[in-house]
Design a protein around this ligand. Structure first.
Ligand SMILES: *Cc1c(COP(=O)(O)O)cnc(C)c1O
Length: 383
């Protein structure tokens, strides 16, 4: 396939991040690799096999279509857990294939029981409880309503887990809200136990919670962003480093996004560059065009502010980012030629462009920028 850019996925970097996480996470806690959003843009098809090679055997996804893709790509029969959407028609497939899933609606529970009976398999469910995020999950009264269903259908159900999600563990501003969520979760767990319902695993922690509130790790952690080498927020990083002697970021970005120079040109002083009048050449300039634009996930808001690497230099994006291309300033590195590598994310010649620096510029979170990297850009695995 031909494309104007490539995303390299580094297995070595993943390995490094996972060994760091191993030190952070309690020994008996299961590590679930969160790969929703096309593995945060890295590509499910490329990410799953290398994650398995690195020892991962549990994946969390948002929806049934993602679970299907994981199942197709995996070699070691990992556990797969759907945290969000499953259509009524997909439930049967999930149960037949021993895919685990969240239950946060009575109707989903009833449907799961019926399908489980029909296919003569047990539905492997995780009960999600409402603890204060107000997104999905049973509150206390609703939980009581499903007790009979849980108790009298035990031959068709496995209560794999009890879970919740925190409303912003990456920001200290939410400290009290998180603390309260932990308290409510523990209370819900006790209520369940009192009914004789014993979930096999309790799980609540995402990356930020696992690192900032270790008591949330419980029996399983659902880690996304950290494994890819990014911090959930600058605050989480600073909070972590403040307690370390070595003030070096222990993570390494897995992804490198690169393209090449398509064309170069000289521009006279006093000329505007690109659409409109957003950039005026203040001197004799040399520019290069790169075949990457907003249709490839390079945000228009990086117009006149973004940075890329070329020939080991950090250079500016000038003028507007177009649909398929951008223009960069190579006046001070005139040795640039057609076909030279241009790095939008990653390392080149000792310089690095990280998504975080670029996402601060474009006002997007790491999460959003990564997951917007289009599915059609080829991903290749590197050591
Ligand atoms: C996305 C998600 C996670 C992982 O979040 P990170 O911040 O990337 O670690 C965990 N749990 C749920 C329910 C999620 O939706």
């Amino acid at each position: 396939m031909f494309e104007t850019s490539v995303l390299e996925i580094s297995k070595g970097a993943l390995q490094k991040n996972l060994s760091f996480l191993k030190k952070i996470i309690k020994k008996d806690t299961i590590f679930s690799s969160v790969i929703k959003g096309n593995a945060y843009g890295h590509g499910i098809e490329k990410f799953v096999p290398i994650a398995e090679e690195c020892g991962i055997n549990h994946f969390s996804v948002f929806s049934a279509d993602e679970a299907y893709r994981v199942k197709k790509m995996s070699n070691n029969g990992p556990r797969i857990m759907i945290m969000g959407m499953i259509d009524y028609h997909e439930l049967k497939w999930a149960i037949e294939n021993e895919i685990e899933f969240y239950v946060f609606e009575k109707s989903r529970l009833e449907a799961a029981i019926n399908f489980a009976k029909a296919v003569n398999k047990k539905a492997r469910i995780h009960i999600e409880v409402e603890t204060g995020m107000n997104r999905t999950g049973f509150n206390q009264a609703q939980l009581k309503e499903i007790f009979p269903l849980l108790k009298y259908n035990s031959e068709n159900l496995v209560l794999e887990g009890l879970c919740t999600h925190y409303a912003g563990a990456e920001s200290i501003a939410n400290f009290l809200r998180i603390k309260n969520q932990i308290k409510i979760f523990n209370k819900m767990h006790k209520i369940l136990l009192k009914e004789g319902l014993v979930p096999k695993l309790r799980h609540t922690a995402c990356s930020a919670a696992a690192i900032t509130y270790p008591q949330t790790q419980m029996d399983l952690v659902r880690v996304g962003i950290l494994q890819y080498g990014y911090w959930p927020s600058r605050e989480t990083l600073i909070n972590y480093l403040s307690e370390q002697e070595n003030k070096v970021d222990p993570l390494e970005r897995i992804i490198k996004w690169k393209s090449q120079v398509m064309s170069t040109k000289n521009v006279n002083m006093g000329e505007f560059i690109g659409y409109g009048t957003t950039y005026l050449a203040q001197r004799e300039m040399k520019i290069a065009t790169v075949p990457i634009g907003y249709s490839h996930g390079f945000s228009r808001s990086l117009s006149n502010t973004g940075r890329v690497l070329v020939n080991g230099h950090r250079v500016g994006v000038i003028g507007m980012v177009n649909m398929n291309l951008m223009t960069i300033d190579i006046t001070d590195c005139p040795d640039v030629n057609i076909g030279d590598e241009v790095v939008m994310i990653g390392e080149q010649g000792g310089q690095t462009i990280s998504v975080s620096s670029f996402s601060e510029l474009s006002d997007q979170l790491n999460y959003e920028l990564l997951t917007r990297l289009p599915q059609h850009i080829p991903r290749v695995t590197v050591a």
